[in-house]
Design a protein around this ligand. Structure first.
Ligand SMILES: Nc1ncnc2c1ncn2[C@@H]1O[C@H](COP(=O)(O)OP(=O)(O)OP(=O)(O)O)[C@@H](O)[C@H]1O
Ligand SMILES: [Mg+2]
Length: 276
């Protein structure tokens, strides 16, 4: 990031709201070539309403597997996922579709989510048609949600994906997620492919959404610098386990574990601010 986090820039904790989403003792095992991989190992996390929680860890630490289970795209091996106090671990059918309207996601590669032959406008209108939003409400909703990500319909809707920058494409994906009026936005490496300036831009959009819409954001990244820039609370994953958790300030200024210290050491500017 061009702007590296300093203590003054760090969002102060608003992580004292009602618990909206949580997982308890969630484990995921995969059988690969006769042996068992424990990708997520007994993870318990809570996501208070209108807060940003970052899950950070090296490649292969189980972040995306955890995200897929929270999104109910993949079943848990054991453990429980709760949304608004209700067990959603084995929802199906209509219940699951309702859950998916409350919990939306944005992934790493915005290009993968676009059909190159459709304009942004037709992409967004198609999403709304699939969600059975009446046509006469669609345009207003699109305008509103583009506004949340600092884009204007006039400059965006007629464009093809390749005519947008990576950051703009990712903001369109955030707008598309917001059209479903979710309570939770899960962003899995959503800013990883962006260059520094565009990345800060998208991070700031996510930050504002938390403040303006009361959105709960689960921000998944291998980059502890980005995690600390955005999040109220940080959970650090290593080989499937949460090995450290705390407010952003606690994790930056008083890391408990060697693994966390190592991740912090990889962000020179952050280390610089730690010395103050
Ligand atoms: N469908 C699957 N089948 C078998 N093993 C899997 C599957 N999905 C993930 N894994 C394994 O689970 C572990 C965790 O993977 P995961 O993708 O959750 O990590 P990650 O933290 O998201 O990594 P990255 O930062 O590279 O995205 C890895 O060892 C991975 O190889
Ligand atoms: Mg991943």
């Amino acid at each position: 990031m061009s702007q590296s986090p300093t203590p003054e820039m760090i969002t102060h904790s608003r992580a004292d709201g009602e618990i909206l989403l949580s997982c308890r003792n969630v484990t995921k095992e995969f059988s690969v070539a006769g042996s068992t991989i424990v990708a997520v190992d007994d993870v318990s996390l809570e996501f208070p309403e209108a807060s940003v929680l970052a899950v950070v860890g090296e490649s292969g630490s189980g972040k995306s597997t955890l995200a897929r289970m929270l999104l109910r795209l993949m079943p848990v091996t054991s453990g429980t996922i709760t949304f608004r106090g209700q067990d959603v671990t084995s929802l199906s059918g209509r219940g699951l579709r309702e859950y998916w309207s409350e919990v939306q996601a944005v992934f790493q590669d915005p290009f993968a989510s676009f059909n190159q032959f459709f304009t942004v406008g037709s992409l967004l209108r198609r999403s709304l048609a699939l969600a059975r939003v009446p046509k006469d409400e669609a345009d207003a909703l699109i305008d509103e949600c583009l506004g949340y990500v600092d884009m204007t319909p006039r400059d965006t809707l007629g464009k093809f994906p390749h005519q947008l920058s990576g950051g703009q494409r990712q903001r369109v994906m955030v707008a598309r997620a917001l059209m479903m009026r979710p309570k939770v936005l899960l962003a899995d490496e959503a800013t990883s492919m962006l260059d520094a300036t565009l990345r800060v831009n998208v991070l700031n959009v996510l930050h504002d959404l938390r403040n303006e819409l009361g959105l709960t954001v689960l921000f998944i990244t291998h980059d502890i610098g980005q995690a600390c820039y955005l999040a109220d609370r940080v959970a650090v994953m290593e080989r499937g386990k949460v090995v450290e958790r705390g407010t952003t300030e606690e994790v930056i200024f008083a890391p408990q574990g060697e693994y966390t210290r190592r991740l912090l050491a990889d962000v020179p500017d952050l280390r610089g601010s730690l010395k103050k």
